[in-house]
Design a protein around this ligand. Structure first.
Ligand code: DAH
Length: 345
């Protein structure tokens, strides 16, 4: 073995390239770089020993060492690419995508059944020229009762078991009817054709038929020459558009303090086809709304002269309507948040 630095450098290069050829993994390659190009590698030792060489061979050796270093670096870069490719092809083989596997179902959100139904109702009324109008959930005794012709201590207040707040005179609305006053006071003396959807609250026993919170959709039409015939026509047409052209409906006289005369409209129970079931309480009919001609006192409270203007109003429970349409026999499912129920819609 000769000690000529030139010869030595060739050995170094040869040795390093041989070792590089044997490298198979990224880890080994990193190690190779430390050994053969790192600070304490053989090539670097040549550089640091240059000063001790005789002056005549010093430049030549320096050049040679530089060349070896550059070649080793180039070989290293080439190897990097090679290893990356081989690792990729290994991973493609072992982690191959099986395109024959069935897809995973994507869970999609959707509207709550109550909301789907509300939108159907809005659509039907929109076709008949009714706008949607909103009023507050937290109401005053004045709007919820008094302006609707239900003074304090009036026995009709028994119809609405009420959630009161700690602030006197402030309560959760028991029905959407106070919205009538809001709408009239905003629009008077122009004519009105609106529906007022919203959540209502009642301090009541929860049963298959009644919840402590539920939606109502109120309707109000005010103008000159609005008659009971308009009321019947509008609500009959609504039922046909909503439930089908052949649906049977009936109007029964009733009482509400804010309408005169008052009525309730029933739709044939198509859960049982009119034979009687738990939902219709064996009546064969389901009451879906209360209605009537707006009481003169209420018109006056809204800012209309009852000598000139008249109007009709109605209030329906859309959850009850959804129960009819979807054959649901317990109203408690609506706010029970049971996914098994909700996912069916
Ligand atoms: N507000 C009544 C209730 O909650 C429903 C109602 C009846 C609304 C007759 C009306 C109406 O607008 O005319 O029971």
């Amino acid at each position: 073995m000769t000690d000529t630095p030139g010869m030595n450098l060739e050995n170094i290069q040869h040795h390093a390239l041989e070792a590089l050829a044997a490298v198979r993994t990224g880890d080994d390659l990193a190690q190779w770089r430390v050994t053969h190009l790192g600070r304490s590698s053989a090539v670097m030792a040549v550089f640091s020993g240059l000063g001790k060489l005789p002056a005549d061979i010093r430049p030549q050796t320096g050049q040679k060492a530089n060349q070896v270093k550059l070649e080793l670096e180039a070989a290293f870069e080439e190897k990097v690419v090679q290893i990356r490719q081989s690792e990729l092809s290994v991973s493609l083989q072992t982690n191959r995508v099986d395109i024959t596997l069935p897809g995973r179902p994507a869970r999609r959100g959707r509207l709550h059944p109550a909301m789907q139904n509300l939108r159907d109702i809005y659509k039907v009324f929109a076709e008949m020229g009714f706008q949607v109008y909103r009023s507050p959930d937290v109401e005053t005794d004045e709007y919820n009762f008094e302006l609707l012709n239900i003074p304090a201590h009036h026995p009709a207040r028994d119809m609405w078991q009420t959630f009161y707040t700690t602030k006197p005179g402030v309560l959760l609305r028991t029905h959407t009817s106070p919205g009538q006053i809001w709408a009239m006071r905003e629009r008077a003396p122009d004519s009105i054709r609106v529906i007022l959807p919203g959540m209502c609250y009642r301090y009541e026993q929860i049963t298959t038929r009644s919840e402590i919170q539920f939606h109502q959709v109120e309707g109000l039409m005010v103008g000159k020459n609005v008659t009971l015939a308009d009321l019947k026509g509008t609500l009959t047409d609504f039922s046909r558009r909503m439930f089908g052209q052949n649906v049977r409906t009936r109007f029964r006289p009733s009482y509400f303090p804010f309408t005169e005369p008052s009525a309730e409209m029933d739709v044939e129970c198509f859960l049982c086809g009119g034979h009687g079931c738990t939902v219709c309480k064996n009546a064969g009919w389901l009451e879906i709304l209360g209605c009537g001609m707006v009481h003169p006192e209420v018109l006056r409270n809204g800012g209309y002269d009852p000598e000139i203007f008249s109007g009709f109003a109605f209030g329906m429970g859309p959850e009850r309507i959804t129960m009819l349409r979807r054959h649901i026999d317990d109203i408690r499912y609506f706010w029970g948040n049971d996914m098994r129920f909700l996912e069916q819609f």
